[in-house]
Design a protein around this ligand. Structure first.
Ligand code: MOS
Length: 748
C-alpha cells in the first residue's frame, strides 16, 4: 500500500485537504500503471491509420496491392472495401457523446490528415511498413482555408461550454459606447492550438461475439460506450469501455474520434483484437484542436473608469464536418458590472479537422481578448489595471442578477498584488529596465464556471475493516484516484491507506466525462454521499445490535474514525467496523447512491475566480521574452488535496505560458497541411521556460456549490495568464501584441 512520505495525516484527522501523495504515484513511477496501449491482451493485431494528403476532394482510387504483399499484413481497409456501419459516421450525435467522424464509409476528404485507410498486421512494424505503400489518387478540390472568406457555420448547432446561448445582449451597448468618455475597439487573435497530451490517443478493441471490450485513452468512458454502441448498432450494455490510466487529455480525449471506431471495425472484421495507436503527427487534425479565434472587443468607460459598455464578438473556425463553437465570449457576460453588454459568436467553415474542447475552451481564448482590452483601457484612462478591475467589480452576476455562490476575487487581487510586489511597478511602458532587459509587470483576471453533473458510486465496508469504493470516472492525470480515496476515507471514518478506490470501467456506476472541471465536484459528491450511506448502514447495525457497545445509542451521536465507530461524548465506547461485521454475518456493508445538482444551480451563479500577475523580461535588441515570475491567486472553495490542487494550478499556468508564448499550429494556406505536426516544431514550455510559479489559494467557503464545497480547478489556471503576459510585454516594451503567440518577431 502507499506510504505517505509527506503530509500524512495523524490518526483520525481528516484526510480531505491534506497534501497526501498520489495513491497511484508508486505505480506510475515504477511502470506498474498500465495505459491503454499497454493492456496485456493476447493475439493482438496492430493497426496503423493512413491519412489524406489533400485537404478537400474525393478518394478516386486506393492502390493497396503493394501493402497487401508485405508479410504479416492482415487487412488493408479503404473507402472501397471497409465494412459498412449501421449508423452513419456523420450521425452519431452531439459532442461529447457523438461527433461527425470519418471511418471509411465514403470517399470524401474534408481536411489534410483525415483517416482514409487502415492497415492491420501481425506486428506494428509490418503495419507501419505497409501503410507507407498504400497509394491514393484523388479528385482534388480547392480547399477553403481563409476564415475571412470562408462560408459561415450555424452557431445554433454549436455548443457553448455549458449549454449557454451563443448570443447575449443586456442593456444598450450602442448607447453605452456613445456615452463613453474613453473607448477601446480592438481585434485579438489566437491560433489553432493542439492539446498534445504525452500519451498518444490509443484504442484496443476486443470482440467476443456481439460484445465489445474497448480499452481506450479517453476522458469519458460512458460517452465512448454510447458512441460506439450507436455506430455498431448494438446495445450500450454490450460495450465495456476501460480506461484505468490516462496520460493527459486536455479535452482532446473528451469524445470518441474516428480511430476508436476504426479499431473496433477492424477487430470485428478480423475476429481478432486490434490495437490502434496514433502517431504524434496524427494528433494534429483527427482528434480536435482549439480553433483559431478572431475576437473584436469594444469597451466604453467614463473618465473615472466605470464601464459603460462591453461588446465581444468572436469568430472561430470550425471544420466542414461539424459546427463546433469555441465559446470565447461567454465568460465576458459575467466578468464586470457594466449595464450594457453584448456578446456573439460566428463560425467560419474551413478544411481542417473539427475543433474541440481544449483546456478552458472559451475562457482561455476569451480572457486573452477581454483582459488585454481592459489593460488597453487602463492605459487610456491612466489608471492602474487592478484599480480599473476593482472599479467594475461585479458584486453579483451582472448577466443573471443572481448572487454568487461565493466570490473572493477582491481578495485574490489584493493578495496577488501583495505577493507579487505590484506596488513596485512604475506605470509607464519601458520605464523599468535591468541591463539589456526591458522589465514588464502585467496582470489579468482568471475565471472558470463551477459545474457539476449527475454521478453514481458504490461503497463497501469489508469484513477486515478496509473499504472498497468504485465510480466509473476517469483520472486524466489530475489525481482523481487520490482525492476520491480521501473523500471516501473521511466519510467512512477509515484511514485512506485502508480505502481502495477504483475507476475507469463502464462496469462501474455511471459517471460523467472528465471535462469542464467537474470531476471532483460530480464524482466527489457521489463518493461522499455513497460512503456516508454505507457508514449509516453500519451505524444502524451497531445501535440495533444488543452485543454492540453502541447498542441503543442515537445514530446521530455516533462518530467514525480510523475504522472504528464510537460515541461522540464517550469515545472509549465503541467498536471497529471489523468487529461489528464479524458479529453480524461477516458480509460486507454495501451502499450505492446517486448525487446530482439541485435547486442551488438555479439560485446562485457559480464561478471560480482568480488574479494572475506576471513579470516578463524582454531583450531590448532581440525581442526574446523570458518569464521569471508568475503569481496566481485563486478562490476555488475547499481543496480536496492541497498538493494535487497546487499541481493543477501550476499545470494550468504552464499551459497558459505555452498558449501565450509558443503554441500555434501552422496550417499551410494552400494545401491545408499541418506543417509543424510534431513536438520538435510545435513548442510547449519546458522547465527552462517557466521559472518561479507561485500559486496561492485564498480561504473561501462555499456552502452552495456541492456537498464538499469545492470548485473545479483543472482549467482556471490557463485563463487570464496569456493576457497577463501580453500586458506585461506591453509594459516592458510599449508594444501591444494582439495576436498570440507572443513570438519575438512580433516585437522587432
Ligand atoms: Mo476539458 S477542455 O473540459 O478536458
Amino acid at each position: 500500500m502507499t506510504v505517505h512520505e509527506t503530509g500524512a495525516p495523524s490518526v483520525g484527522a481528516p484526510s480531505v485537504g491534506a497534501p497526501i501523495d498520489r495513491v497511484d504515484g508508486h505505480l506510475k513511477v515504477t511502470g506498474g500503471a498500465r495505459y491503454t496501449a499497454e493492456m496485456p491482451v493476447e493475439h493482438v493485431a496492430h493497426a496503423v491509420m493512413v491519412t489524406s494528403t489533400i485537404a478537400r476532394g474525393r478518394v478516386r482510387h486506393a492502390d493497396t496491392a503493394a501493402a497487401e504483399r508485405v508479410p504479416g499484413v492482415l487487412a488493408v481497409l479503404t473507402p472501397a472495401n471497409a465494412p459498412k456501419l449501421p449508423t452513419s459516421d456523420k450521425a452519431l450525435g452531439q459532442p461529447p457523446e457523438g461527433r461527425k467522424l470519418t471511418t471509411l464509409q465514403d470517399d470524401k476528404v474534408y481536411y489534410n490528415g483525415q483517416p482514409i485507410g487502415l492497415v492491420v498486421a501481425d506486428t506494428l512494424e509490418h503495419a507501419m511498413a505497409a501503410a507507407e505503400l498504400v497509394h491514393f489518387t484523388y479528385d482534388v478540390e480547392h480547399p477553403e482555408l481563409d476564415m475571412a472568406t470562408a462560408p459561415r457555420g450555424s452557431t445554433a448547432s454549436g455548443r457553448p461550454g455549458g449549454g449557454e446561448p451563443p448570443s447575449s445582449n443586456r442593456g444598450d451597448v450602442d448607447a453605452g459606447l456613445a456615452a463613453a468618455a474613453v473607448r477601446v475597439d480592438q481585434t485579438y487573435t489566437t491560433p489553432i492550438e493542439q492539446h498534445n497530451p504525452m500519451e498518444l490517443h490509443a484504442t484496443l478493441s476486443v470482440w467476443e461475439g456481439d460484445h465489445l471490450t474497448l480499452y481506450d485513452a479517453t476522458q469519458g468512458i460512458f460517452g465512448v460506450r454510447k458512441t460506439v454502441a450507436k455506430a455498431f448498432g448494438i446495445p450500450p450494455e454490450n460495450v465495456r469501455v476501460v480506461s484505468y490510466f490516462i496520460g493527459g487529455g486536455f479535452g482532446s480525449k473528451g469524445s470518441a474520434w474516428s480511430h476508436v471506431l476504426l479499431s473496433a471495425m477492424a477487430a470485428r472484421q478480423l475476429g481478432r483484437p486490434v490495437k490502434l495507436v496514433l502517431t504524434r503527427r496524427q494528433m494534429f487534425g483527427p482528434v480536435g484542436a482549439r480553433p483559431r479565434t478572431v475576437q473584436r472587443v469594444e469597451l466604453g468607460a467614463t473618465r473615472d473608469g466605470a464601464l459603460t459598455a462591453v461588446r465581444h464578438v468572436s469568430t472561430s473556425n470550425t471544420s466542414m464536418l461539424e459546427d463546433w463553437l469555441e465559446p470565447s465570449a461567454v465568460s465576458t457576460r459575467i466578468m464586470y458590472a457594466t449595464p450594457n453588454c453584448q456578446t456573439d459568436h460566428v463560425l467560419a467553415r474551413i478544411n481542417v479537422g473539427t475543433p474541440t474542447f481544449m483546456r478552458a475552451p472559451g475562457e482561455a481564448s476569451g480572457t486573452f481578448a477581454v483582459e488585454s482590452a481592459m489593460d488597453e483601457l487602463a492605459y487610456a484612462l491612466r489608471m492602474d489595471p487592478v484599480a480599473l478591475r476593482l472599479k467594475n467589480y461585479a458584486e453579483q452576476d451582472p448577466e443573471s442578477g443572481k448572487p454568487w455562490s461565493s466570490k473572493s476575487l477582491r481578495e485574490c487581487y489584493a493578495v496577488g498584488a501583495e505577493r507579487f510586489g505590484w506596488a513596485k511597478r512604475t506605470p509607464a511602458p519601458r520605464s523599468m529596465t535591468d541591463g539589456r532587459w526591458l522589465v514588464g509587470y502585467g496582470m489579468a483576471t482568471a475565471t472558470y464556471p463551477t459545474r457539476r453533473a449527475k454521478a453514481e458510486a458504490a461503497a463497501r465496508i469489508l469484513p477486515d475493516g478496509r473499504a472498497w469504493v468504485r465510480a466509473g470516472s476517469q483520472d486524466i492525470g489530475t489525481g482523481t484516484y487520490t482525492v476520491m480515496t480521501q473523500v471516501a476515507a473521511d466519510a467512512l471514518g477509515i484511514a485512506p491507506e485502508r480505502v481502495r478506490f477504483e475507476l475507469g470501467d463502464t462496469n462501474m456506476p455511471e459517471n460523467p466525462g472528465s471535462g469542464g472541471s467537474r470531476t471532483a465536484a460530480s464524482t466527489g459528491s457521489a463518493v461522499h454521499e455513497t460512503a456516508l450511506a454505507a457508514r449509516r448502514l453500519a451505524v444502524q447495525m451497531a445501535v440495533g445490535d444488543a452485543a454492540s457497545p453502541l447498542h441503543g445509542a442515537r445514530e446521530e451521536d455516533v462518530r467514525a474514525a480510523d475504522g472504528r465507530l464510537f460515541l461522540a461524548a464517550d469515545p472509549a465506547r465503541g467498536e471497529t467496523y471489523a468487529a461489528l461485521i464479524a458479529r453480524n454475518g461477516g458480509r460486507p456493508i454495501e451502499a450505492t447512491s446517486t448525487a446530482q445538482p439541485g435547486e442551488e444551480t438555479k439560485q446562485y451563479s457559480m464561478h471560480a475566480f482568480g488574479a494572475v500577475f506576471t513579470e516578463v523580461r524582454v531583450d531590448r535588441d532581440l525581442g526574446e521574452i523570458r518569464v521569471p515570475r508568475v503569481v496566481g491567486v485563486y478562490g476555488v472553495g475547499n481543496r480536496l488535496n492541497a498538493k494535487t490542487a497546487h499541481s493543477q494550478l501550476v499545470g494550468g499556468l504552464v499551459f497558459g505560458v505555452g498558449m501565450a508564448l509558443m503554441e500555434e499550429v501552422h496550417v499551410d494556406p494552400h494545401l491545408g497541411r499541418y506543417v509543424n505536426a510534431d513536438l520538435a516544431d510545435y513548442h510547449v514550455p519546458v522547465n527552462a521556460d517557466v521559472r518561479s510559479v507561485d500559486v496561492h489559494f485564498v480561504d473561501e467557503r462555499d456552502p452552495h456549490v456541492n456537498p464538499l464545497g469545492i470548485k473545479g480547478i483543472g482549467e482556471i489556471g490557463i485563463t487570464g495568464l496569456p493576457a497577463a503576459l501580453a500586458n506585461a510585454v506591453y509594459h516592458a516594451t510599449g508594444k501591444r501584441v494582439r495576436d498570440l503567440p507572443l513570438t519575438l518577431d512580433k516585437l522587432l
